[in-house]
Design a protein around this ligand. Structure first.
Ligand code: AMO
Length: 452
């Protein structure tokens, strides 16, 4: 078949994009430009056609007046349909009636590819479609500027958090995702068939990031997928998420870890606010940058606060989603902030590797960071002393023989250390005020979904 026999479809070897749609403004009036993008909206008024062309940056109006363009071009314009991929060459002219203040009068339009009738709208706000249908057609869904903007913000969050850590001597590492043991407890582990023995998908890079400190790296970080066999579909859990982990040696206590995180997030928020202003505007989000230091309260105080609001939790109970929500309302009222560290969790609620507290009996040198009423980070000081570590593993009921690869290296001068794991999707959803974590996940994996 000849790919180029469709009317208007021609080879593209002789054309180059010169501008993004976002660059069509009064500064460029009189310039000859070539744009490439999708037919976002086509307002057809017979002899006058207004083509809104969309590319990865923005949109731009192409004004096609039958009397002012070649007949052949007008014929091509008549064939255009939503989401056709096109290139448009023409001249920038002033257009006071459009937001950009300029539009393009085309001298040539080429159809680079046609599009079938769309199963979901790519133009915002036309019809409300349910999330499940949108996720079925996620690739088209992501073409919507407001959906696309979520992931530009997510990229910015990861980019500047990474930048901050790199400035502070952290080394990026890549650790195995096929592992022999659970790091966070056995309940939500995915088993995989690994040749003739069982293996698991990593729930966290926990053991390996710690071991890399024992290997002499000083400070490490990793941004990678982790897997949790969560049994329930909730708005805050997915089965594969992106974990932003860091781990640092030679700390004098868990405070050092919290300080690193709050400064990292402050930097990340500031940079995102400054450099992604237009994506934030597309999403209608006014990003408030929390002051540093973030507020800190102890777990016992958090339990008191939720109990004052009518709950009946004991110190060893987990903060359930309802309690987190209560705290999300109480924190701004009481402390004037929605970014709060909760510290000193009880031993019962923390994994075996967590350093017991020397000041608060039965508690740990650990923390969660809550943002707008949701946990976004867990972290803490780790046990670096071999004997204590083995005791804690036994106390949690583990067979220490299975953890030799992790425990053994602690015999050889492990440095005091600590670190944290931050959920990238949760950070994104809370920052943007998104209700369901799937919206902040490019291609979500949940109990019912493993495609697209
Ligand atoms: P934890 O299990 O609390 O700690 O996870 C750390 C952070 O990961 C995010 N998160 C999730 N996000 C989406 N879907 C899920 N199912 C999900 N589960 C967790 C949350 C959470 O705060 N190894 C420790 C971290 C550490 O101490 O370094 C750990 O994994 O944002």
């Amino acid at each position: 078949m000849d790919f180029y026999t469709n009317a208007g479809v021609v080879p593209i070897g002789d054309m180059r994009r010169t501008h993004f749609t976002s660059e069509i403004n009064p500064d460029n009036i009189g310039e000859k430009v070539t744009l490439m993008g999708w037919v976002h909206i086509l307002r057809d008024k017979g002899k006058l056609k207004f083509l809104i062309l969309r590319d990865e940056r923005s949109t731009c109006q192409i004004f096609i007046h039958q009397k002012k363009v070649p007949a052949e071009l007008f014929q091509i314009a008549e064939q255009l349909k939503p989401e056709y991929a096109v290139s448009v060459a023409g001249e920038v002219v002033e257009a006071k009636q459009v937001a950009a203040g300029a539009e393009v009068i085309p001298t040539s339009i080429r159809i680079l590819n046609t599009a079938e009738r769309l199963p979901i709208d790519v133009v915002e706000g036309k019809v409300d479609i349910d999330l499940d249908t949108r996720l079925n057609f996620r690739i088209l869904d992501l073409r919507k500027p407001t959906i696309n903007a979520i992931f530009r913000i997510q990229h910015s969050l990861v980019r500047f958090a990474r930048e901050y850590l790199e400035k502070h001597e952290f080394v990026e590492i890549h650790t195995p995702k096929i592992v022999a043991e659970a790091t966070e407890g056995g309940a939500n582990l995915f088993e995989v068939k690994y040749f003739d023995r069982p293996a698991y998908l990593a729930q966290s890079p926990q053991f390996y990031k710690q071991l890399m400190l024992l290997a002499g790296f000083g400070r490490v970080f990793e941004i990678a997928p982790v897997f949790r066999a969560e049994k329930h579909n909730t708005r805050r859990h997915i089965n594969e998420y992106t974990s932003f982990d860091f781990e640092m040696s030679w700390i004098s206590g868990v405070e050092d870890v919290m300080r690193m995180e709050e400064n990292m997030l402050h930097y990340t928020f500031m940079k995102t606010k400054e450099l992604l202003a237009s994506a934030l505007e597309t999403l209608g989000v006014n990003l408030e940058v929390p002051d540093v230091p973030f507020k800190r309260i102890k777990y016992a105080e958090a339990i008191d606060l939720v109990n004052q609001e009518g709950k009946d939790l004991s110190i060893t109970d987990d903060l359930d989603p309802e309690s987190e929500k209560i705290l999300g309302e109480v924190f701004p009222e009481k402390f004037g902030t929605d970014m709060v560290f909760i510290t000193h969790y009880p031993l019962e609620l923390r994994p075996a590797y967590t350093m017991p507290s020397t000041t608060d009996e039965g508690m740990t040198e650990s923390f969660d960071l809550t943002y707008k009423g949701m946990e976004i980070t867990t972290g803490g000081q780790r046990i670096h002393l071999y004997d204590l570590l083995v005791d804690r593993f036994k106390a949690k009921g583990y067979n220490v023989d299975n953890f030799g690869f992790y425990l053994e290296p602690f015999k050889y001068g492990a440095p005091p250390h600590g670190g944290l794991g931050l959920g990238v999707e949760r950070l994104t959803m809370q920052l943007l005020g998104i209700d369901n974590i799937r919206e902040a996940t490019l291609l979500p994996r949940d109990r019912d979904r493993i495609t697209p």
